[in-house]
Design a protein around this ligand. Structure first.
Ligand code: S3P
Length: 180
């Protein structure tokens, strides 16, 4: 079964996802990279030319395509805004065990203070944007999540252990539900 990582920008979805994929011997997939490959453009270019709502639609299309392809036993990292669209919740849940890497705004502010790659953060008031966006999104993350792992002040290995252990039970339950 797929492990699907959700969470705010800077929560470590990619770093953790890649390490987890080695540990679990499951291939790694990143929905941002998937979209970039499909469109031949970077996320920044997509935001600049088509705007955020077009990108959100591409995210939904990516989830649908992955489900249609029947992708399984992967570790999938998603963009931080993926759970914002309500229709993505069901798609995410169907895709696998959804793990929310929960992070405090202070940690994100520290980690992404000099980020140049996230279109939503290329502003003077980056700190305010981070706090606002997180406020708006936390409910959506909580609704999507099968498992929650807090990442602040923890080493990657510890986070990985928690993801692994906490998702094992859900994995079994979700598998059973599919065959019932
Ligand atoms: C976004 C997060 C980014 C990327 C895009 C929008 C967001 O992914 O999808 O810049 O809305 O939070 P990461 O969470 O991997 O940075």
């Amino acid at each position: 079964m797929n492990i699907v990582l959700i969470g705010f920008m800077g929560s470590g979805k990619s770093t953790l996802g890649i390490k987890l994929s080695y540990r679990m011997k499951q291939p790694y997939l990143d929905t941002d990279k998937y979209i970039e490959r499909k469109t031949g453009r970077t996320i920044t270019e997509i935001f600049e030319t088509d705007g955020e709502s077009a990108f959100r639609q591409m995210e939904t299309d990516a989830l649908s395509a992955l489900l249609e392809e029947g992708i399984k036993d992967h570790v999938i990292a998603t963009g931080g805004g993926m759970p914002v669209k309500l229709e993505n919740h069901e798609l995410l849940k169907r895709l696998g065990v959804v793990v929310w890497l929960r992070i405090r705004p202070e940690t994100v502010i520290e980690r992404l203070s000099s980020d140049k790659n996230r279109p939503l953060l290329q502003r003077e008031d980056r700190e305010t944007v981070i706090r606002q966006l997180m406020d708006e999104r936390n409910e959506a993350y909580a609704k999507c999540a099968d498992v929650i792992v807090d990442v602040d002040d923890k080493k990657v290995e510890r986070i990985m252990d928690e993801v692994f252990t906490k998702s094992a039970g859900v994995r079994k339950r979700k598998k059973r539900m599919r065959y019932e």
